[in-house]
Design a binder for this molecule. Structure first.
Ligand code: SF4
Ligand code: SF4
Ligand code: FES
Length: 546
């Protein structure tokens, strides 16, 4: 370890670290556009110019290695003047679209104009005009005038997405980015460029113009699209999810997530048509809405009217450890040993970047709780041969005709589900449950990392401020008369809570009021979870030792 001085303070550095890396690691901000901690260094924006003692000229902090005894001054008169000059230069041809630009509020150029620029331009000539609204790929729109030629998107495509699809074309102030001839910017990681583009040049076709960033709240969460469990932020306005963005976790997904996960895992949360609210009991072949008490009474009757060996419980790789633990506890109290757990793999749908074949976030977590589970085909056989007569299912994500046909032969079927599907139609009792964006809980990803989810969307029983959900500026300052405070709240509860209510009516009452209490009991009883709690898991997760 060597020692370097930045702004008068001494810091240790590892051999091979650049000045900007040492500064960032120690919480110091050196302004930059083109540098990104997970991409190669291009050194073309010059925004990171700093003064180093005994060096005749300013150097760029992103490509200058830290050296023993080096003394760096980020805020010397020369550095400050250089940054002002760079800002003036970059702004020469920038269109100043801020009032209509999607990036406003999270734009590096806007922020640096405020903090590092002189505030006026000497450029009186006509600005360069370039193509706006260019469809670079199926999910990406490019605005040539806003691009500051930092090359982050080009380097990302080649180095992370491993698809060399973007390049600079033309020279000087006419330079712009484009795809190679005949190519479209189309791979499963394109939307990450909208996150790393420091300005509003690359925007998501799906999200653009939907919302200003300050109108949304953001909540740390986990993508449920596959067993990678990419760390995400859920962005919500008016209690509706508008976008997902990746959250840096070096041990899981770095700064990235795939386009499928980003676009396909939140639509069902907002889908009023298919969401199941409240509870239903089948009467004369039709599901009729009832209050929860009546539905729970019916479930109690069902569970009491069969022998334990005639009932199957279906755990779920989509639901949290807390939900599955409550199911495990109920199964144990009723001596039910037929526990089913289904894998949901899409063979061949994986890559060597992030995406995995297992399309569930918590198969490992459910397996941890139910090591002796049987698979869904074994359940199908046991229903067909008459051994199983009733089932309670936390997982209803089945499309296979053989499974559906077998489930239709059950005398009684209790289904917990977020959205309508083929299985929910077969239910004797149907309970609407919270999605992953509406509850607290934990998932164990396919690589043994235990991670937390938190509620981003409020359900009927929640209040955004009282229940500590994150709030946007609109949430904080809105009143009941404001349109944006009247978003739809679903009448649903987490599965662990519904199972706790069922346990009460069966006189085996569990004492769970919060997801955290369920987790704490699970961590006492399930060996690999010993010693863990929500604080220990925190926002980066914990790698379990099996
Ligand atoms: S589009 Fe954005 S990320 Fe790409 S070069 Fe231009 S400014 Fe940089
Ligand atoms: S790789 Fe998997 S977990 Fe990550 S964003 Fe894609 S679907 Fe979601
Ligand atoms: S961040 Fe160093 S030159 Fe761009």
């Amino acid at each position: 370890m060597g020692k370097i001085t930045i702004n008068g303070n001494e810091y240790e550095f590892k051999p091979g670290q650049t000045i900007i890396e040492v500064a960032t690691e120690n919480g110091l901000d050196i302004p930059h556009f083109c540098w990104h901690p997970s991409l190669s260094v291009s050194g073309n924006c010059r925004m990171c110019l700093v003064e180093v003692e005994k060096m005749p000229k300013l150097v760029i902090a992103c490509s200058t290695y830290a050296a023993e005894g080096m003394v760096v001054n980020v805020n010397s008169e020369k550095s400050v003047d250089a940054r002002k000059a760079v800002m003036e230069f970059i702004l020469i041809n920038h269109p100043l679209d801020c009032p209509i630009c999607d990036e406003a509020g999270e734009c590096k150029l806007q922020d640096y104009t405020f903090s590092h620029s002189v505030g006026e331009s000497r450029f009186v000539e006509e600005k360069q005009h370039k193509n706006k609204r260019v469809q670079l790929g199926p999910r990406i729109i490019f605005d040539g005038e806003r691009c500051i030629s930092c090359s982050r998107c080009i380097r990302f495509s080649a180095e992370v997405a491993k698809k060399n699809q973007l390049t600079f074309v033309k020279r000087g102030d006419r330079v712009t980015i484009n795809t190679f001839p005949g190519e479209s910017f189309d791979n499963n990681y394109t939307l990450n460029t909208t996150d790393i583009c420091p300005v509003g040049a690359l925007t998501s076709k799906e999200f653009r113009f939907k919302s200003r960033v300050w109108e949304m709240s953001s909540t740390d969460s986990i993508c449920i699209g596959c067993s990678r469990g990419c760390n995400t932020e859920i962005w919500v306005r008016n209690n509706e999810v508008l976008r997902l963005t990746p959250r840096n976790n070096p041990g899981v997904n770095s700064y990235w997530m795939c386009d499928k996960g980003r676009l396909e895992t939140f639509k069902e949360i907002n889908d009023v048509e298919s969401r199941i609210e409240g509870s239903f009991v089948k009467e004369h072949d039709k599901l009729v809405k009832h209050d929860l008490l009546k539905s729970i009474t019916k479930i109690t009757e069902i569970l009491k009217s069969y022998k334990a060996s005639e009932i199957a419980f279906v755990a779920s790789a989509y639901e949290t450890i807390e939900d599955n633990y409550a199911l495990l506890k109920l199964a144990k109290s009723l001596n039910i040993e037929n526990i089913v757990l289904a894998e949901h793999k899409l063979p061949g749908d994986f890559d060597d970047i992030l995406l995995t074949e297992d399309k569930t976030p918590n198969y490992n977590g459910a397996k941890l709780l139910f090591p002796n589970y049987i698979d869904i085909l074994a359940l199908t056989e046991n229903i067909n041969n008459g051994k199983i007569k009733a089932a309670l299912m936390l997982d209803s994500h089945f499309k296979d005709e053989k499974v559906i046909e077998a489930l239709s032969k059950l005398k009684d079927l209790v289904v917990f589900a977020t959205n309508k599907n083929k299985v929910t139609e077969l239910a004797t009792v149907l309970l609407g449950i919270s999605t992953y964006a509406e509850k607290n809980g934990t998932f164990l990803n396919g690589f043994g990392v235990l991670q937390r989810i938190k509620p981003a969307v409020a359900t009927e029983e929640m209040d955004r401020s009282l229940d500590n959900l994150s709030e946007s500026r609109w949430d904080k300052f809105g009143t009941k008369f404001d349109r944006w405070m009247k978003g739809k709240k679903y009448d649903v509860k987490p599965s662990w809570k519904l199972i706790t209510i069922i346990s009460g009516s069966l006189k085996v009452k569990f004492n769970f009021n919060m997801a955290e209490e369920v987790f704490n009991e699970a961590s006492n009883n399930i060996k690999p979870l010993n010693g863990l709690d929500y604080d220990v898991i925190s926002d980066k997760g914990v790698k379990l030792k099996f």
